[in-house]
Design a protein around this ligand. Structure first.
Ligand code: URA
Length: 434
């Protein structure tokens, strides 16, 4: 098989066989196919697309490029969730403890943040002592005992995706539904859960900007999961602005704790509850969303979810006192208000600029080697649709460096559009597919 011929076939709109796709994925992972040929191939896929069978074959070839985690030693139906990526998304930190409090095992592999998006692993490391590099044995032991473990993704989980994603990132080929679906689902299938709940983000801050595109992506991922024998749900959620109030590592963990105390911001709480409800149903513990949400609410009202967060933190070496005394989290030296320049209504937000604002403070990574400042970030006190005026802050910046603070302020002011007429606010939950 010759890579030139395969690129040509896809460029001309041809359909690739399972063997051909396998050849491309393995050749690129092993280094026999060079970056320039893979780049050309990805661009051909970007323009010509892949049919459902090709997308499934690509997903499985990528999952087969590494190890499939064997979670059979974990008792019960294992559930997992994945988001297509957003700013201020701390739902995993809320959902994990609630489900574990209901006895549903959550075995989660998470990533670090790169660019303007945050990663669950970085956020958890703001809890003193918290270890995400735990061994496979400890991971399984913790899920069986505590019902929740979150570990950093091992290098050997879908290594093809790692390599292909890095290339897509620099060749303008990220936002294609087949490539995104194969990237996400290859990792999810290889990580071994029985039930997968996907949070498909739509809006200005997401890969999918229209509901139609998000639905196509959601449908593709659900059919891949179902074909692989996993119960798969996709919840399409709004990402026209960051989720909740906080953006930044330690700040986001503190906001998750607020939700677990029943004092969370409305849209964040709604997204976390909805995703968790489908995980409860997928695990066979409830038959309707209302029943599942009632069970989840009880874990908050009784304090069981908060206690579970502390137990989970301790099981991974973290100091459980952080969960009950949030003042222990790393603190920024400066907390500065940001005032809008004019009065009116917040009508649009460039999410990536809010994420970049946190990144320039030191809260995100520009390269894989960057060391992040866990204390810094943004608190958004006003949301889309809210009225604002120059005398009243719409946000606060948490910084450890005055110069960075000013750069972040500039970005944050540019992120929002203010108009004299209000806009209709989009519902946060758009659609659920399964
Ligand atoms: N998240 C992933 O893991 N892969 C993509 O392609 C997009 C979002």
């Amino acid at each position: 098989m010759n890579m030139y011929d395969l690129i040509l076939k896809k460029r001309n709109g041809g359909v690739l066989s399972k063997e051909e796709i396998h050849h491309i994925v393995m050749g690129y992972t092993e280094g026999t196919i060079p970056d320039y040929q893979m780049s050309a191939f990805l661009m051909a896929v970007y323009f010509q697309g892949m049919n459902p069978q090709e997308t499934v074959d690509l997903t499985l070839a990528m999952a087969d490029s590494g190890e499939w985690l064997d979670l059979s030693e974990i008792h019960g139906i294992k559930v997992d969730k994945h988001s297509t990526g957003g700013v201020g998304d701390k739902t995993s930190l809320i959902i994990g403890p609630m489900l574990a409090a209901l006895g549903i095992p959550v075995a989660k592999m998470s990533g670090r943040g790169l660019g303007h998006t945050g990663g669950t692993i970085d956020k958890l490391e703001s809890i003193e002592g918290f270890q995400t590099g735990i061994s496979r044995e400890q991971f399984i032991e913790n899920v069986n005992r505590v019902k929740l473990a979150i570990a950093g993704q091992t290098a050997n989980l879908a290594p093809a995706d790692k390599k292909i994603y890095a290339l897509r990132d620099v060749t303008a080929t990220v936002d294609n539904p087949s490539l995104i679906a194969a990237s996400i689902m290859s990792k999810k299938l290889a990580s071994g859960a029985d039930v997968i709940v996907l949070d498909v983000k739509v809006g200005s801050g997401a890969f999918m900007q229209t509901l139609e595109d998000a639905e196509e992506l959601a449908k593709t991922m659900v059919s891949i999961g179902t074909m692989a024998g996993k119960k798969t749900y996709a919840v399409i959620t709004d990402m026209n602005e960051p989720l909740g109030e906080m953006v930044g590592n330690a700040l986001e963990v503190q906001e998750a704790i607020q939700v677990l105390k029943g004092q969370g911001e409305e849209r964040l709480t709604k997204v976390a509850m909805t995703l968790a409800a489908y995980m409860v149903m997928g695990a066979g513990k409830a038959t309707t969303v209302e029943e599942a949400e009632g069970m989840l609410q009880e874990t908050i009202d009784s304090g069981r979810a908060l206690d579970k967060f502390a137990e989970f933190a301790e099981a991974q070496g973290g100091n459980p006192a952080f969960i009950y005394e949030p003042e222990r989290f790393p603190k920024a030296e400066y907390i500065e208000p940001v005032y809008p320049k004019v009065s009116g209504y917040l009508v649009a937000c460039k999410n990536s600029e809010v994420g970049m604002s946190s990144l320039v403070l030191g809260g995100g990574r520009e390269t894989k080697e960057s060391v992040i400042d866990l204390a810094v970030g943004i608190r958004l006190v006003k949301h889309l649709g809210d009225a604002v005026q120059p005398e009243e802050p719409f946000a606060y910046i948490y910084a450890n460096d005055k110069k960075k603070l000013e750069a972040a302020r500039e970005r944050l002011l540019n992120a929002y559009t203010i108009q004299t007429e209000p806009v209709e606010v989009e519902p946060v939950i758009k659609k659920v597919l399964f």
